[in-house]
Design a protein around this ligand. Structure first.
Ligand SMILES: Nc1ncnc2c1ncn2[C@@H]1O[C@H](COP(=O)(O)OP(=O)(O)OP(=O)(O)O)[C@@H](O)[C@H]1O
Ligand SMILES: [Mg+2]
Length: 544
């Protein structure tokens, strides 16, 4: 079925093959308005987790028929020619029998997105006269084409739509599966299309495309096990609540089977839901990494990433060419759980130090530099020695001092210094395990954490950050509001325990959260004492 054209440049449905070589002048049976007709369409390409607007220029000229795609196309874009040709034929349009040059600008950026199929196809249709080129000025287009003209969703639709909006488009046409995600972009109208035919009919004003709707951002009922499953471990549970409330990092260490992994896995059950901005940030990263499913096109649950200890440095931080986000970025606005911390390669862990401070990863390649956000809450767990029983008071440790030192030395002092709460998790007794579940449930803790976050938001929100863990050094004195007694206690403890300036400041932030949980306006000695108790037991200091 031939598509309707708005003006005289109708593409004939059948034509005889032209003799070779082609005449330089325009022959009557060749579609398109004039020789050297050029159209411009806005598409976008992913660079890391950001989109970059790509101007797709299509020029038809009267030379031997072929298609050239220039402007650093990667394999997926070079192969676009075959998909576009088949898709155009499938909707009853003729593929122009002329030399087609497709230029993707900026030319110095590598483009590997099959999502450029749609702008290339529409650019060719417009250059061939199937629609008016001027109509395209307000539009940006995204979508991978199937051979039958259907549109397939693309990775990173949100980041790509943002880039297209910033390039000046007022409407963005995306594949139907990307609609709810792309619609998160403010300041642009997102339209959903199922196939190339639908896009063409919209552009020639024959049949409008539906507007994409933003999906609800309610967290799904993800099955996170309840904290009440963990018997005993009251101190560790309290520390987890403090960590959840203030967004602090936490290190759990203790003997095997004491419940460290159980505790960490239950943390997402009482973390607050993400706000709109956080959901957009997370969606952008997960979409670019291709992790969003069609059933859940927007990230609504706070990420919880638990990479195995054999994960490489590139897997943890991101890497590859083109660079893709690592676990630290996939955990952005959520939890990065490093279980068996001492089993990770030391050089992998050391790379984390800078990320913890800067909340981002910069990956430089010869031609590109990608910046990946990585603002996560670190939860780590480890045994104190290879056999795991050092200092347990239950079994004798079988490790000699050298083996223990080698084991714990994989977790460097500077890394531990950057972790706010250090909690020793003692083994539970049989009577504790045997007793019925007691203590707060995850739902009760979630309510407490939510109230505490609201308090922090009212104090810190105007300064541009959400949690106490984010209070910058320069605002610490003002926002923590430690009493004179509290400062004296902290000063004495810093001297006695030999804490670094960084550890002391982190301790003040934790104390602020303890005071917030108790709804105290000032940070008093009680809050400082509790925060100090989460620093008192350092890994490797325990005796046999
Ligand atoms: N406090 C606890 N309450 C209830 N069950 C527990 C507790 N601690 C451990 N268990 C039981 O032991 C199992 C192992 O616990 P978990 O994996 O959390 O221990 P761990 O401290 O992480 O051990 P490891 O140091 O070997 O990694 C749990 O699946 C659970 O069945
Ligand atoms: Mg464990």
């Amino acid at each position: 079925m031939a598509g309707p054209f708005k003006h005289g440049g109708r593409i004939p449905s059948r034509r005889r093959r032209a003799p070779m070589p082609r005449p330089a002048a325009r022959s009557p049976h060749i579609c398109g308005p004039v020789d050297d007709e050029m159209t411009r369409v806005i598409g976008a390409s992913l660079l890391g987790v950001n989109g970059v607007a790509v101007e797709v220029e299509v020029r038809l000229s009267s030379q031997l028929p072929r298609i050239d795609i220039v402007g650093l196309p990667e394999a997926a874009v070079r192969e676009s020619a075959a998909r576009v040709r088949a898709a155009i034929a499938s909707i009853g349009q003729r593929f122009p029998d002329r030399r087609i040059t497709v230029n993707l600008a900026p030319a110095n950026l590598r483009k590997g997105d099959a999502g450029l199929d749609l702008p290339i196809a529409v650019g060719i249709l417009a250059a061939a006269g199937a629609l008016e080129s001027e109509r395209l000025q307000a539009f940006g287009l995204l979508g991978e084409l199937a051979l039958d003209g259907r549109l397939r969703p693309v990775r990173g639709a949100l980041a790509l739509t943002l880039a297209i909006r910033d390039a000046g488009a007022r409407y963005v046409i995306v594949p139907a599966g990307n609609g709810p995600e792309a619609a998160l972009t403010p300041g642009v109208q997102v339209l959903e299309a199922a196939d190339l035919g639908g896009v063409l009919r919209h552009l020639i004003e024959e049949a409008p495309l539906p507007k994409a709707e933003v999906a609800a951002l309610e967290p799904s009922n993800r099955c996170v096990p309840d904290i009440a499953d963990v018997r005993g471990q009251e101190r560790a549970k309290r520390a987890l609540v403090v960590a959840a409330a203030g967004g602090h990092s936490i290190f759990l260490w203790g003997s095997p089977g004491s419940g460290k992994t159980m505790l960490a896995q239950r943390l997402p059950g009482f973390l607050p839901a993400m706000d709109f901005e956080e959901a957009v940030e997370v969606t952008r990263i997960h979409s670019a990494a291709g992790l969003l499913e069609s059933a859940a096109p927007i990230a609504v649950n706070r990420p919880f990433r638990a990479p195995h200890h054999t994960t490489s440095r590139a897997g943890l931080l991101g890497g590859g060419n083109p660079p893709s986000p690592g676990e630290v970025s996939l955990a952005h606005r959520g939890v990065l759980f490093l279980d068996e911390l001492a089993e990770f390669q030391r050089y992998t862990l050391e790379a984390l130090r800078q990320v913890i401070e800067q909340h981002l990863v910069i990956i430089a390649r010869a031609k590109t530099t990608c910046v990946f956000p990585a603002h996560f809450q670190l939860v780590a767990a480890s045994n104190p020695c290879p056999c795991g029983w050092r200092g347990s008071g239950i079994r004798d440790c079988r490790c000699d001092d050298g083996a223990t030192a080698r084991y714990t030395s994989r977790i460097s002092g500077p890394l531990l210094d950057r972790i706010d709460l250090h909690v020793s998790v003692a083994p539970v007794t049989w009577s504790q395990i045997d007793e019925p579940a007691r203590g707060p449930t995850s739902a009760e803790l979630r309510a407490r954490v939510k109230d505490c976050r609201a308090l922090q938001q009212s104090r810190n929100g105007a300064e541009g950050f959400r949690t106490n863990a984010e209070i910058p050094d320069e605002a610490l004195d003002r926002l923590v509001g430690a009493t004179a007694d509290a400062r004296r206690l902290l000063g004495a403890a810093v001297e006695r325990m030999g804490l670094s300036a960084r550890a002391a400041r982190r301790l003040l932030r934790v104390a602020r959260t303890v005071a917030d949980l108790a709804e105290e306006e000032k940070t008093g000695p009680r809050a400082i004492a509790e925060a100090l108790s989460y620093r008192a037991t350092e890994l490797g200091n325990s005796s046999k």
